[in-house]
Design a binder for this molecule. Sequence first.
Ligand code: PGA
Length: 249
Amino acid sequence: MRKKIVAGNWKMNTTLQEGVKLAQEVEALAASVSNDALIIVCTPFTHLTEVKKSIKKVKLGAENCAAEVSGAYTGEVSASMVASTGAEYVIIGHSERRAYYHETDEILAKKVKLALANNLTPIFCIGELLSEREAGKHFDVVKSQLEKGLFDLSAEDFGKLVIAYEPVWAIGTGKTATSAQAQEIHKVIREAIAAKYGKTVADNTSILYGGSCNDKNAAELFANPDVDGGLIGGAALKAESFITIAKSF
Ligand code: PGA
C-alpha cells in the first residue's frame, strides 16, 4: 500500500534556533492531523540532531547527502552521517542541486545507492524545465531522469523510494501545475515504473507533487489518483500552512 506523504523542504532557511522552533510548532500541530499521512521535515544538516529531539510523530529528513562514502571531501556530509542523526529520509536530485551544483544523473544514482545502504529513504526529485515543457518534451525528460538515476536498482530497492515530481517552472514561482497537468504526468511516471518493475511496485510507489503547493491548492492536487502527497518548500516554513497541507488528503 502506498503512503500519503507531506514532506517539507526547508532549503537554506532558518537558523538552528528558528528551525527548532518551527519543528516544535509542526510537531504540536501534527497531533491534530487525523488522516494517516506521513509528515516529514527535511532540514539543513546543521539542524538535524536538534530537530530530531523536538519531534516524534513528525519524521526527519535531510536535503542532500554526499556521493562518496567518507574521506577527503571537505564540506560534504555523507549518508551515514545523516543516518547517525536519526534522520530517516533524504531528498536527492532536487532541481536546485541539479542546476546550481551540477549534480548529474550519474552522481544522483550514486547518492541513491549510498542512502539506501544507510537505510535512508531517498525522496528522489524529477521534473522538467519550462523550455522542455513548452517543447513538449516533459514526459521524455522525467522518464530519462528515472531511467538514468534509478533504473539500475533492484525492484526491492526501488520499492523503498519516494518519488517527487517537481516541474522546475513551478518551484518557488507561485505558478503551480494544474491539477490535470499533475495527474497526467504522475500517471506517466507510474506507467514508466510499471514498465520497468511491474504494476505492484508502481502501485506501491508514493509519487509526490512539488512546486508552489500550498494550503490553498493542496486538496485539489492530492485528490488525483496518482498524486500521493507533496514536497513543500515555501509553505513548509510556516507550521500552520504546512499542517493544513497535511490535512488536505
Ligand atoms: P516551493 O518549493 O514549494 O517553494 O515551490 C518546492 C520544492 O522546491 O521542493
